[in-house]
Ligand binder design. Structure first.
Ligand code: FNR
Length: 341
């Protein structure tokens, strides 16, 4: 099977696997406020995350690394939709294009299609500072995402096994990079201990990439002769992970992992997230219904997010932080045993 065919199969598996029936955002109950005081048409989606100015808290999260005409087309369409709707976009891992210059156009098209938009570069934690700078330069990125995906690698038969230099790699990149560096999970969530360790080496931006949406244990297990299925439910659910990371140091937090709509995005903001990423669900709309449908979907997510802002009298996404809410179910247990103990 060719490399690009394998990539497309991987995407299909990532989009096609069954989602968990229980989404932990259902545990986050925002307290309705009857007395509205804002004009819906005056509400701004402009958001600030540390040094990053965003025209919306929503961004397309990292997907579709590697070469091939199909992945380039997907990136082009995601970039056009991001431009049309004024949202940010992270590209998929650029590690393969750093090693194979002929794959660079898969990523460069994102900046070509959206010259003034917010774009995030993406590398793995095996990257050196020089490779990270190359990834950023390739698309003139506004920020860099470094993904950490230990469990995914361990399930992949050909995955990495030696993680002993990952911390020092991350530190070197954070110290040497001239723009924000976001450390990102890929669906297993980030704990307060991880956040503290990252804070100590200079990290100020985290994308929690929690459990609840695209599940790489399931995806990679499909390729194993003897699946390691006991790890299919491993990881910290996204709302719990936001609470974990926000519980101590002042990290700028992006929420992602299983965000289904604008209301989940608003709940993430109530828990303290400055922005939220959607990956699998947006790619599914693009691949099944096309670019116009994706633009419509993003506008729909914006509408839902603004409705939540209106109902809570929040005139900017930041004003959603700490609005009255009640936690139930597993998220409440998580909060009682990990956050307020
Ligand atoms: C991903 N994701 C991902 N993340 C990353 O940092 N680098 C990457 O190259 C990829 N590649 C990738 C491909 C595909 C097809 C999917 C669906 C996802 C992970 C993604 O950014 C996100 O963290 C997770 O998918 C969880 O978010 P959703 O899908 O539940 O919204």
């Amino acid at each position: 099977m060719s490399r690009s065919k394998r990539k497309i199969d991987h995407i299909r598996h990532a989009l096609g696997h069954e989602r968990a029936p229980y989404n932990h955002f259902d545990d986050v109950n925002i307290v309705h406020q009857s007395l509205a005081r804002l004009d819906f048409n005056q509400i701004t989606l402009k958001a600030q995350a540390g040094e990053l100015n965003l025209s919306s808290p929503l961004f397309v999260n990292a997907m579709t690394g590697g070469g091939g005409e199909k992945t380039r087309e997907i990136n082009r369409d995601l970039a056009v939709a991001a431009k049309e709707t004024g949202i940010g976009m992270a590209v998929g891992s650029q590690m393969s294009a750093i090693k194979r210059p002929e794959e660079r156009s898969t990523y460069e098209i994102v900046r070509e299609m959206n010259p003034d938009g917010v774009v995030f570069a993406n590398v793995g934690s095996e990257a050196s500072l020089q490779q990270a700078v190359e990834a950023v330069d390739m698309i003139d990125a506004n920020a860099l995402q470094i993904h950490i995906n230990t469990l995914q690698e361990l399930i992949m038969p050909e995955g990495d096994r030696d993680f002993s230099s990952r911390m020092s790699n991350i530190q070197a990149i954070v110290e040497g990079m001239d723009r924000p560096v976001i450390i990102k999970e890929v669906g297993y969530g980030m704990s307060m201990e991880t956040a503290q360790t990252l804070y100590d080496i200079g990290v100020r931006y985290i994308d929690v990439g929690g459990r609840g949406g695209t599940n790489f244990s399931r995806v990679e297990n499909l390729r194993r002769e003897k699946p390691l299925s006991s790890f299919n439910n491993w990881g910290i659910p996204t709302p719990a992970s936001i609470l974990e990371v926000k519980s101590s140091q002042t990290m700028h937090v992006f929420a992602s992992g299983g965000i289904r709509h604008g209301l989940d995005g608003a709940k993430a903001a109530v828990l303290g997230a400055s922005g939220f990423g959607m990956a699998g669900s947006l790619l599914k709309v693009l691949m099944e219904e096309g670019r116009e449908a994706l633009i419509e979907e993003i506008n729909h997510v914006h509408q839902e997010f603004k409705m939540a802002m209106m109902l809570l009298n929040a005139s900017s996404p930041e004003e959603l932080h700490q609005k009255p809410h009640v936690l139930t179910g597993e998220t409440r247990t998580w909060q009682e045993q990990r956050i307020t103990k």
